[in-house]
Design a protein around this ligand. Structure first.
Ligand SMILES: NC(=O)c1ccc[n+]([C@@H]2O[C@H](COP(=O)([O-])OP(=O)(O)OC[C@H]3O[C@@H](n4cnc5c(N)ncnc54)[C@H](O)[C@@H]3O)[C@@H](O)[C@H]2O)c1
Length: 352
């Protein structure tokens, strides 16, 4: 198999963890006989410094002409005072919108080796928590009209029926391949866009008779996630609710440094990135956990290239390194062996 991958290492710890992810990808290519051509591009703060824009045209074009994008992380305090259209986050929104990535998959999986890091009681969370949050990514309040003046400010949450339907279909399809339970989260007691969301979900349910659809208001969903997370398998929701709930779900698993994400559209193209940010406090110090980024490579192999065996090999290699007791600082606990970003990456590549 041959593949072309656009690589945006980005800011903060982005370059640290991207280097390790590419080493693991290289190992997969060697072990399984694939050829992955990678090309590096700038976005976020790194692009602002060079091109005075968070998303240069050549980056977007380079991504469009690739099979997949691997993204480290964008942003940092250096660019926090920039005007809103010149903030690194605009690079991320521009990539999502410009590449049409409407479906964000954020798995929250608790590794049995790290169960001690979970902030909830063991009897609440169980041993094998595995929740998939399916988040709409190119609509809603992050993309709606907004304005601010002296007197006030507003943001707009708007959705077309077609936008809602296509993400709900993804939710039904993913639930169909897992436990066949889909929880749709909205705020239909107040918001018009949520009422359309709920009506559309109910109308689609008949087409997926093997999937059991339930609904929760977002405030209740946030509460249920910490009260009884095991009731969830697949959650589907709009952009901002998904942003918040997936961060909450990730914290239940213990470390933000362990969780990948995929942003997809209808074809096999996807952008893959860890759910965490650029962690400027630990950038360049060999302290970052590269596992979320390496798991993002596994998601890429599975969703874009259809290489499930290779994806499983990466996941199992990570499991073996954790079983051997190796931990980066964020997941360290007494009795384990503390290692840095580079050694964690090397050990995972070796375990492959
Ligand atoms: N997708 C993205 O690129 C993305 C997402 C979120 C935040 N950001 C940006 O990142 C910057 C920092 O944001 P933040 O501090 O709110 O969130 P963050 O995720 O960068 O950091 C939160 C905490 O988690 C730690 N952390 C994060 N990733 C880690 C890893 N892999 N290994 C070990 N520890 C890790 C950090 O050291 C920090 O203490 C901001 O500029 C923000 O806008 C970018």
């Amino acid at each position: 198999m041959k593949g072309r991958i656009a690589v945006i290492a980005g800011d903060g710890i982005g370059p640290d963890i991207t280097q390790e992810a590419l080493a693991v990808l290289n190992q997969v290519a060697q072990t399984f006989g694939h050829e992955f051509e990678t090309a590096g591009y700038l976005a976020g703060g790194a692009a602002l410094d060079v091109h005075n824009t968070p998303l240069p045209e050549e980056t977007l074009e380079g991504c469009k002409s690739s099979d997949a994008v691997l993204l480290g992380s964008l942003g940092g305090p250096k660019w926090d005072t920039a005007p809103s259209h010149l903030r690194p986050e605009q690079g991320l929104l521009g990539l999502r919108g410009g590449l049409g990535l409407f479906c964000n998959l954020r798995p929250a999986i608790m590794y049995k080796q790290l169960s001690g890091a979970c902030p909830l009681k063991a009897e609440v969370v169980g041993e094998d928590l595995d929740i998939m949050v399916v988040r709409e990514l190119t609509g809603g309040i992050y993309f709606g009209a907004r304005a601010r003046d002296e007197a006030g400010a507003y943001d707009t949450m708007s959705y077309t029926k077609a936008e809602i339907e296509r993400i709900l279909r993804k939710g039904f399809e993913i639930a169909g391949k897992r436990s066949k339970r889909l929880c749709s989260v909205d705020k239909a007691n107040i918001l018009s866009s949520s009422q359309l969301w709920r009506d559309t979900a109910n109308a689609l349910a008949g087409e997926y008779p093997d999937v059991e659809l339930s609904h929760l208001y977002v405030d209740n969903a946030a509460m249920q996630l910490v009260r009884n997370p095991r009731q969830f398998d697949v959650i589907v929701t709009e952009n901002m609710f998904g942003d918040i709930l997936s961060d909450e779900a990730s914290q239940i698993t213990g470390s933000i440094g362990m969780l990948p994400s995929a942003s997809l559209r209808e074809d096999s193209f996807g952008m893959y990135e860890p759910i965490h940010g650029s962690a400027p406090d630990i950038a360049g110090k060999d302290l970052a956990n590269p596992i979320a980024m390496i798991l993002s490579v596994a998601m890429m192999l599975r969703h874009t290239f259809g290489l499930n065996e290779e994806a499983v090999a990466i996941e199992e290699a990570i499991g073996r390194v954790l079983d051997e007791g190796y931990r980066t600082a964020d997941i360290y606990s007494p009795g384990m062996t503390r290692i840095g970003t580079g050694e964690m990456g090397r050990r995972i590549a070796d375990a492959l």
